[in-house]
Design a protein around this ligand. Structure first.
Ligand SMILES: [Zn+2]
Ligand SMILES: [Zn+2]
Length: 139
């Protein structure tokens, strides 16, 4: 889970400059539940930071993902979305309005690894479900 102070420390540890823009990007990702895209963060911050570029949003997000402070979701082939919640959870995407909703199940999705599969270990799992959200389904 992204915490602004920890995020700043991690970036400094990696030798990344802590610019006002990077701090603003982290602040806007902190405690967010709506899985913003780079474009959303960019258009929110652009009025406040006129020199901000979309490349800075991407590079800051990638730095944060490298230190596991956020997850980068490639749920859609055209865009990536950022998730400040790094706890394991599945996602649902509405195919109509493109809303992304967190899905939590009370049981872990356990996979049985058999030697014949040729898989040694699994470090992370991304599960995406697609369909209609309750807003779009009721129309
Ligand atoms: Zn929808
Ligand atoms: Zn999520």
């Amino acid at each position: 889970m992204l915490k602004l102070e920890e995020g700043m420390k991690h970036l400094q540890d990696r030798g990344a400059k802590l610019t006002a823009q990077r701090i603003a990007i982290m602040a806007s990702l902190e405690n967010r539940r709506d899985h913003p895209s780079a474009e959303m963060i960019f258009s929110e911050l652009k009025p406040l930071y006129p020199t901000l570029s979309i490349a800075t949003v991407y590079s800051t997000a990638h730095l944060l993902a490298q230190v596991s402070m956020i997850r980068i979701l490639s749920i859609d082939e055209k865009r990536v979305f950022f998730d400040p919640d790094t706890n394991p959870h599945a996602h649902f995407m509405c195919t109509k309005c493109k809303r992304i909703i967190d899905m939590r199940s009370d049981h872990e999705m356990r996979i049985q690894l058999k030697p014949e599969d040729g898989i040694f270990s699994i470090d992370s799992t991304e599960v995406f479900h697609y369909g209609l959200c309750s807003n779009c389904g009721n129309l």
